[in-house]
Design a protein around this ligand. Structure first.
Ligand SMILES: C[S@@+](CC[C@H](N)C(=O)[O-])C[C@H]1O[C@@H](n2cnc3c(N)ncnc32)[C@H](O)[C@@H]1O
Length: 258
């Protein structure tokens, strides 16, 4: 039997609540998607008063970027602060607040945790659909009084391919740290892979150019490059990491520059 979660996801279009029709038209044109009169059985985007969501075909539920409540809000408040492995991997100690580029931003979870801890974060995301979900999540988060100030000061989104954008962004303003979290290699036990990751994989496939991205980042970062990997996966091709921080299911490979 075919496993439904490994089928590629193609979107039927964008459905919009009547109050948001003008925005939806512009977004649909930008993404090259038709506007839908209703949500059907196929995967699509939906723009309504709650924001932009990806509605995949059953059995998976809607996917929306939410930095305020849910898992992300919890991770910001109780994720372990500067002591968590992600923060230690990027070098957040002794009050340092590095300039960081998250070159594989995805749904922005790691990038936003790092920004909430004090890093200035430039987010690069090449999938126009994921970048649109991320922009919508950032916009809604910026309406929250406790988030608005540091989001405006510390977070910028740059839609596009990091292989093209990294040299330009680093020339404009250096990056102490370049953070990479390319799509993990497919796991055999799909039940172990979180819903969001399964959806991203359906939509985007593997990040086959991850080794190239590491080589590019190593030539541009001022202090370190950090790569997130599954705990037991081989490192990306290239030099050996200088430091390795392992957690329960994730590992951070750290490449020091100076
Ligand atoms: C595993 S997800 C990242 C998840 C993210 N760390 C988070 O916390 O939500 C990988 C993302 O990197 C993006 N990506 C991969 N290679 C890229 C590149 N060269 N330029 C920009 N984005 C890239 C993919 O489109 C995908 O959305």
């Amino acid at each position: 039997m075919t496993d439904p979660v490994t089928l590629p996801l193609s979107l039927a279009g964008l459905y919009a609540d009547p109050q948001r029709l003008a925005e939806a038209r512009a977004l649909a044109e930008r993404l090259g998607l038709p506007l839908l009169a209703e949500v059907g059985d196929s995967a699509c985007l939906r723009l309504d008063q709650t924001g932009l969501a990806l509605l995949p075909a059953a059995p998976l539920g809607p996917l929306q970027v939410d930095f305020v409540a849910g898992q992300m809000g919890h991770r910001r408040r109780f994720g372990g602060g500067r002591g968590q492995a992600l923060a230690r991997a990027v070098g957040l100690k002794d009050g340092a607040n590095p300039q960081l580029i998250d070159a594989t931003a995805g749904l922005g979870k790691d990038g936003l945790v790092l920004a909430s801890l004090g890093c200035s974060v430039r987010l690069i995301e090449r999938s126009p659909i994921i970048a649109a979900l991320l922009a919508d999540g950032l916009q809604r988060a910026s309406l929250q009084p406790d988030l608005a100030d540091w989001l405006a000061r510390r977070v910028r989104l740059h839609p596009g391919d990091a292989l093209e954008l990294l040299p330009r962004l680093c020339a404009e303003q250096g990056a102490d740290v370049i953070y990479l979290d390319p799509m993990f290699p497919e796991r055999k036990k799909t039940a172990l892979v979180k819903k969001e990751m399964r959806l991203l994989r359906q939509l985007l496939g593997d990040d086959a150019d991850a080794n190239e991205l590491l080589a590019c980042a190593l030539g541009l970062a001022d202090r370190r490059v950090v790569v997130k990997r599954p705990r037991l996966a081989a490192p990306l091709a290239g030099p050996k990491p200088d430091l390795v921080l392992s957690g329960k299911s994730t590992r951070y490979d750290v490449y020091l520059r100076h």
